[in-house]
Design a protein around this ligand. Structure first.
Ligand code: ADE
Length: 419
């Protein structure tokens, strides 16, 4: 059996069935698999992937392997691994996996190192922990690396900061910035799966609750719409005036967190920044408030401050910690402040990951073709790949659209025709 460190190989059969279930909702990735199997564009390429270990990721790993790559997988978050899928990839697909749901920080990094031990040519990140580990602790690996991809907003921000400070040592494709990724995955994926995680962990009735959403980026927009659709009263907090106006015109209340803290029943952070909810806010919250994070890292809620304010912490349900403050008020933290959609639910549905991971697969093949021409910078996914994925997705959805007529094309190219 291939090298691995997973929770329990006896879970493999169940993981295989769940991976098959998600496969049927990933038609774009399936057609890439067919092409990869025929043309082997990743022959002799070693890939280390640090992604949420889910059934959708399993299908991406299978695609890369069919393309000829030698892949290793580790988790991009200590709480996001689906242990059955990890076992299935090892047993049925001969893919080395190093991840266990609930692993501590030391194990998380030990697993990252294991995924790097085969000296990758390409890194695939969700949050930039691989790139960071390579640049700070495994520089010897740099000589073999031709490039990498990054899945999420937070990772892209980190990598752009590295490029700006001239410390990035290989080119990265920002998969997150493809339109067929963030328009759908961030908005509809996070919108649905974060609510799913909140419901699975608490079973609250959303209708009538005051939902406070910190951050009105693509994820916040999706989440606000879904929460409102389920009957919540939604308040947005923002630091960006443009996004704040958009939230107001989309029909939400906009308040500073210091005000919103007093009225919220459920708080969800999706800002990508740290300490968005902190001590001064906990002190104002209603008894029974529920806090969740749907941003990449568990830094958005100041958990150490919450611990300090509390005289007692009790795990009251799976994925729910009840903190009792000095005055007796209770605050409930979901999923240890980690990505709630992956900690307590199954992450984004396969239907939307289909486009995100089609971008990953095609970006890796693109890197193999052009990496020699790239500098140590962060690049967008080529427009042709983005458009091809949009066309393929639409086709698999059975939806037809119009095409410009010759007359319309001419009109668009013409500057003389006016009033
Ligand atoms: N990120 C969010 N949802 C995901 C999923 N289902 N698989 C992998 N990464 C994800």
């Amino acid at each position: 059996m291939v090298e691995h460190d997973v929770k329990d190989m006896k879970l493999a059969e169940r993981g295989k069935l769940r991976m098959e279930w998600s496969r049927q909702f990933m038609p774009v990735l399936n057609s890439i698999k067919e092409k990869f199997a025929k043309k082997k564009p990743l022959r002799n390429i070693r890939i280390s992937a640090c992604l949420h270990v889910t059934t959708e990721t399993g299908n991406l790993m299978e695609a890369l392997k069919l393309g000829g790559a030698d892949v290793r997988l580790t988790a991009s978050n200590p709480l996001s691994t689906q242990d059955d899928l990890a076992a299935a990839l090892v047993r049925f697909y001969d893919i080395p996996v190093f991840s266990i749901k609930g692993e501590d920080n030391a194990t998380y990094y030990k697993h990252i190192h294991s995924a790097l031990d085969h000296k990758p040519h390409i890194t695939m990140d969700d949050g930039a922990d691989l790139v960071n580990t390579i640049h700070t602790k495994r520089q010897m690996l740099l000589k073999d690396i031709i490039g990498g991809t990054e899945e999420t907003t937070t990772g892209v921000i980190r990598l752009k900061a590295m490029a700006k400070h001239n410390v990035l040592r290989y080119p990265i494709i920002a998969v997150n910035d493809a339109q067929t990724k963030h328009f759908f995955d961030n908005r509809y994926g996070t919108g649905q799966s974060a609510i799913d995680g909140i419901l699975r962990s608490t079973n609250v009735l959303i209708a009538g609750l005051n939902f406070v959403i910190a951050g009105y980026g693509w994820c916040g927009r999706g989440l606000a719409r879904r929460a409102q659709g389920a009957g919540a009263r939604v308040t947005i907090t923002e630091i960006d005036p443009l996004k704040a106006i958009e939230a107001v015109m989309d029909g939400y209340d906009v308040l500073p967190m210091s005000e919103a803290a007093k009225i919220g029943d459920v708080f969800v952070t999706v800002t990508g920044n740290k300490n968005v909810i902190g001590r001064q806010h906990f002190l104002k919250m209603k008894d029974g408030a529920i806090l969740a994070n749907a941003g990449h890292f568990n830094v958005e809620i100041d958990i150490p401050a919450l611990m300090k304010l509390s005289k007692q912490k009790k795990r009251i349900r799976e994925f729910v910690d009840e903190f009792t403050l000095a005055d007796g008020r209770k605050i409930h933290l979901l999923g240890e402040g980690r990505l709630i959609n992956l900690a307590a639910a199954e992450g984004h549905p396969a239907m939307v990951m289909d486009m995100s991971f089609a971008n990953q697969a095609l970006s890796v093949a693109h890197l193999v073709r052009v990496s020699k021409t790239l500098e140590n910078a962060v690049y967008p996914v080529p427009k042709e790949i983005d458009e091809e994925i949009a066309r393929m997705k639409l086709k698999t959805m059975g939806i037809k659209i119009d095409a410009l007529t010759a007359e319309q094309k001419k009109y668009l190219a013409d500057w003389e025709e006016g009033t």
